[in-house]
Design a protein around this ligand. Structure first.
Ligand SMILES: Nc1nc2c(c(=O)[nH]1)N[C@H]1C(S)=C(S)[C@@H](COP(=O)(O)O)O[C@H]1N2
Ligand SMILES: [Mo]
Length: 252
């Protein structure tokens, strides 16, 4: 069976079952095809599963929306949340020369990369929108290394199902599935609008994920872990968002 046919079939069944047998049955079906998001427990769980399963079956190849230069926002809103503590202040004062990105987990070659190392990998730029769940958004140009290029360097092992990423503040973290991890638009950004990425927008390194809401685009990323089991991290729901009532999968 071709992938497209399979996808149509799964989607057809997920949608039909959702109408007839209700969300619980859709959940069972999605489970059979491994389309269960980490936050599938609790009252909103079946809804989250239906959203994620349908999006993955239908949309996995729809590229992120890109915009022309003329649409770049004059004043990009920075939802500033500077990482607390002296460690970040020291790194910033030193121009982030001593900053490192750690890449580990289910990879053949764990990596420790400086900004210069990252800049020696393939670079891509894209003009995309950051949309906050609170209703505001802005468009900016983002310049960086595709996450996929870093994952290839690290030699991601075949059992890998998720990539988790952590902010230097050690509080906020998130994760994505491999469809998003390999997506050409998923960028580790170091530049924004023809300059260096400003600290307010996440310098020295921010993950940009234009096909999901702004909160998945974590700022101050300094650790990336590939894993076959996302439930081992934090409270097992794939990110801190579900603790605050937000979905792990925030597709748009
Ligand atoms: N480390 C970190 N990353 C973060 C946040 C945060 O508080 N801390 N806020 C998120 C939210 S809710 C949004 S909408 C965007 C805002 O991006 P901006 O600051 O570039 O406007 O960053 C996301 N990334
Ligand atoms: Mo947000």
């Amino acid at each position: 069976m071709s992938l497209t046919t399979r996808r149509k079939l799964i989607y057809g069944s997920v949608a039909a079952v959702a109408g007839v047998g209700g969300l619980a049955a859709a959940d069972r079906l999605a489970r059979r095809y491994g389309l269960i998001p980490p936050d599938s427990g609790g009252i909103y769980g079946p809804g989250e599963t239906l959203t994620y399963a349908c999006q993955r079956v239908l949309n996995v190849r729809t590229p992120a929306r890109e915009f022309p230069h003329s649409m770049i926002s004059k004043k990009p809103f920075a939802n500033e949340a500077y990482p607390p503590g002296d460690e970040f202040k020291k790194l910033r004062a030193g121009g982030f020369k001593d900053w490192r990105l750690v890449v580990d987990g289910t990879v053949a070659h764990p990596l420790v990369l400086s900004l210069a190392d990252l800049k020696s990998l393939p670079v891509r730029s894209q003009i995309t929108e950051v949309a906050c769940e609170e209703g505001w958004s802005y468009i900016a140009e983002w310049i960086g290394t595709p996450l996929g290029a870093v994952l290839r360097e690290a030699g991601v092992l075949p059992q890998t199902r998720y990539v988790a990423y952590f902010s230097i503040d050690k509080v906020i973290w998130d994760s994505i599935d491999m469809a998003d991890a390999w997506d050409q638009h998923t960028l580790l950004t170091m530049g924004m609008n023809d300059g260096d990425l400003p600290v307010g927008h996440g310098a020295p390194l921010r993950l940009r994920l234009p096909r999901q809401l702004g909160y998945k685009s974590l700022k101050y990323v300094n650790h990336i872990t590939a894993t076959d089991d996302i439930r081992k991290f934090g409270k097992g729901k794939g990110s801190v968002s579900p603790d605050f009532g937000y979905a792990w999968y925030a597709g748009m």
